[in-house]
Design a binder for this molecule. Structure first.
Ligand SMILES: Nc1ncnc2c1ncn2[C@@H]1O[C@H](COP(=O)(O)OP(=O)(O)OP(=O)(O)O)[C@@H](O)[C@H]1O
Length: 234
């Protein structure tokens, strides 16, 4: 006797197929993590600061590769940590010791990587201390233009509701600062990394605005608090 084929599960229609659609799903996963995971936003701001140091001080190839690899590894770990949290929440809706152990272990993985990156970053700065000491002009420039750029990224990723013009000013202001920094950059790879992070922050701001609109919140209405249930700390 043949077993009747099971009906397909109730899935919403896929947003497309092929390589471009796969890239779109991965991009949506990245932006969702930035929007909903506070720690991911902390990593993003830290990565902007690393990008500013790397594009201000001339570093060796091995040092550049190590720093960029560390930054990407932390993002990777945080995204995987977030995926695991979703999976655990899907399987377990009540307090469960194994759920706690799984989430704690995943969070520990991110913590270890973040601490390791801080140590590596400090070791690279100490190793290049002579260059750092003689790069006063570059340091002043990176602080004068880079800190406002980091502030623009911070504005874009903040969960608090705000008017659209604030996001637009932050994105355009960040772009102008980025351009000014890129002219004198010691490393175009680090400049590209910083520009990419600004773009990710702007996409997160846009995505948050769309979510707020579809859930009935008016963007820019400061009387409406962001939904705390949607916000994760890790
Ligand atoms: N179902 C559960 N059973 C037991 N403990 C849980 C459960 N869900 C979460 N926890 C505990 O609460 C912590 C925070 O979990 P949550 O899902 O809120 O993630 P988060 O705040 O985004 O995580 P983190 O900042 O730790 O990465 C977990 O690390 C775990 O110790």
């Amino acid at each position: 006797m043949t077993v009747p084929a099971r009906p397909p599960p109730h899935f919403p229609a896929r947003r497309g197929s092929g390589l471009i659609a796969s890239f779109g799903h991965a991009w949506a996963g990245l932006i969702h993590t930035v929007v909903h995971q506070r720690n991911m936003r902390v990593h993003l701001i830290s990565a902007v600061l690393v990008g500013l140091v790397g594009s201000g001080i001339p570093l060796g190839l091995a040092e550049k590769v190590t720093l960029i690899f560390c930054v990407l590894l932390i993002f990777f770990a945080e995204i995987l940590n977030s995926a695991l949290e979703h999976l655990v929440d899907l399987a377990v809706q009540q307090f469960d010791e194994k759920a706690r152990l799984t989430k704690d272990a995943a969070a520990a993985g991110v913590l270890v990587l973040a601490l390791g990156t801080v140590v590596i970053f400090a070791a690279i700065l100490v190793h290049n201390w002579d260059t750092v000491r003689t790069s006063t002009e570059a340091i002043v420039r990176q602080v004068a233009l880079g800190l406002p750029l980091a502030a623009c990224v911070l504005v874009l990723v903040r969960p608090q509701p705000r008017p659209l013009w604030v996001d637009l000013c932050a994105f355009l202001g960040g772009g102008v600062l980025m351009g000014a920094l890129a002219i004198h950059s010691a490393s175009l790879v680090f400049s590209a990394l910083t520009a990419g992070l600004l773009f990710v922050a702007a996409s997160a701001a846009y995505s948050r605005r769309r979510e707020a609109r579809s859930s009935g919140q008016l963007p820019g209405d400061s009387s409406v608090n962001p939904r705390p249930g949607n916000e994760k700390t890790g």
